[in-house]
Design a protein around this ligand. Sequence first.
Ligand code: CAA
Length: 257
Amino acid sequence: MSVDVVRDGGVAIVTVNRPDALNALDVEHAEALRDHLEDLAADPEARVVLLTGAGDKAFVAGADIKYMQSLGVLEARRWGELGQACANLLETIPKPTIAAINGYALGGGCELALACDIRLASNQAKLGQPEVNLGIIPGWGGSQRLPRIVGLGFAKEIVFSGRPVEAGEAHDWGLVNQIYDPDELMPAALKLAHELAKKSPLALAYAKEATNLYLTGEASAHMETELRLFAMLFSSEDQKEGMAAFAEKREPEFRGR
Ligand code: CAA
């Protein structure tokens, strides 16, 4: 159980390694991910960061629901801030970040992938924002990044329904750049990462800074609003019911309070 970093030349492969929980992030793993990304941001030897999940089932199946079950509003806000910090690093560190989505990328897992510069996926992957089924909303930037990538209409369908999106459909909507047979995903992701690692790091850093200008304006204020709404829902009975139902492997009964 860890977040591992393996160097392959100029490529840093970051693997969320908690397969027993489908690589769901608890505080320990989220902090480890944040700390590794901060180190890699400052390391000139790391030219490209490749993020993936351990095992063959999941990229990251979200924030840890069992951990979140008993959180109050302020704790939920801090938790949202930690996840947003991981996602913001993926989006802003001055080098390309690639998500190799090898299985479930749900909730916070989808949000981490959305924050990467490029998303490659196994054709068995499933992506989505199932938070509404737990009585909450995305809190790691998904409410902002998903509509930017797939458009507002499809984003609302995904966030409101919470349904998983198969890799092929995700590709049709531009949610992932390319899809591959499961065995071909990592070789393809590494090939792309090594190609990028050969390019001028200065040019890539500036290319990232320039293309990220698309995100400026109200983006950070909207992330703050997302955090506030995410945290507020942890005062509701529906959040307790939604997360208890997940832990007890039953359907939730939401009452709107
Ligand atoms: N948190 C905690 N534990 C999780 C988890 C999560 N997000 N996802 C999976 N697990 C655990 C399961 O509880 C299970 O543990 P046990 O063996 O102890 O019961 C183990 O991982 C294996 O999972 P399943 O038995 O459920 O595997 P499955 O193949 O039947 O189903 C799945 C796979 C559809 C992905 C299902 O695990 C699932 O629905 N997971 C939750 C996905 C989710 O809702 N993610 C969003 C979380 S909210 C969030 O991320 C908020 C945010 O914006 C920050």
